[in-house]
Ligand binder design. Structure first.
Ligand code: SAH
Length: 228
């Protein structure tokens, strides 16, 4: 396995670069890719930056230029369900692009020419990641939605939940990585620590959380994953 680990923000990657043994840094396409050994696993860590295009580009480069065979996205997200609390972790089983709408030509949410409106994560990788996360905090499994919007209004998250009743978390990159991995045949998984409730308090909660809990969780989960 050569594992690509993507995060959007520096806080989400906190500690991982320091843990990489024999690190080697490579600049490409406005991003820094660091290769090395992460507790015996051959790994490449990178910050995608924010949003679906940024994440898609990063995933494709990881595969095509750095030869990764598996990808994990680790980051934070807003809650999409009343049972999913700040500090919980959501591990995706499926991901959807909530802002994709080519109707009436295609059903809403469907990605043209794939026939799919959601992409499933790799079962083995997801099981291993969920096991690693359960040692850290409460874990939920299910649907994550991604779009090029920070969801910070109660009315926004309520409308999304009405359209996607199974929704557990909302963020800005996961489903883009999912589509790239689907198209390239790369097993992938997405894990998100809940930083906010995607409501009117989201921006303030997010800023606080990212600096405190999120960075430690991300590190602990990846550590457990690599040692498993
Ligand atoms: N002000 C921040 C912007 C971060 S955008 C900054 O300058 O760094 C939010 C990031 O966290 C995205 O990468 C997204 O994937 C995730 N996220 C957390 N809460 C979210 C929410 N409520 N809606 C959408 N994305 C969210």
């Amino acid at each position: 396995m050569r594992l690509g680990i993507i995060s959007a923000l520096a806080e989400e990657q906190h500690g991982l670069l320091e843990a990489l043994q024999s690190p080697s840094r490579h600049f490409y396409g406005m991003r820094e890719y660091t290769t090395g050994k992460l507790w015996e696993i051959d790994a490449v860590c990178v910050l995608s930056r924010i949003g679906k295009v940024a994440a898609a580009m990063t995933a494709a480069i990881l595969v095509e230029k750095f030869g990764v065979t598996h990808i994990i996205f680790t980051g934070v997200a807003g809650s999409g369900d009343k049972n999913v609390n700040v500090g919980d972790i959501v591990v995706a089983d499926t991901l959807i692009q909530h802002d994709f709408d080519a109707s009436p030509l295609f059903p809403r949410f469907e990605i043209p020419l794939t026939g799919l409106s959601s992409f499933a994560t790799d079962v083995a990788l997801t099981e291993r990641l969920a096991g690693a996360a359960r040692q850290v905090t409460r874990v939920h499994r299910g649907l994550i939605a991604s779009g090029d919007q920070f969801i910070g209004k109660l009315t926004q998250i309520q409308a999304m939940k009405a359209d996607l009743p199974d929704l557990l978390a909302v963020e800005m990159e996961g489903a883009a990585v999912a589509q790239v991995c689907f198209e390239l045949g790369i097993p992938f998984a997405v894990i998100r620590t809940i930083s906010d409730n995607a409501n009117d308090d989201a921006a303030v909660d997010f800023m606080h959380f990212i600096k405190t809990v999120a960075s430690r969780y991300a590190f602990d989960v990846i550590h457990n994953f690599c040692k498993a």
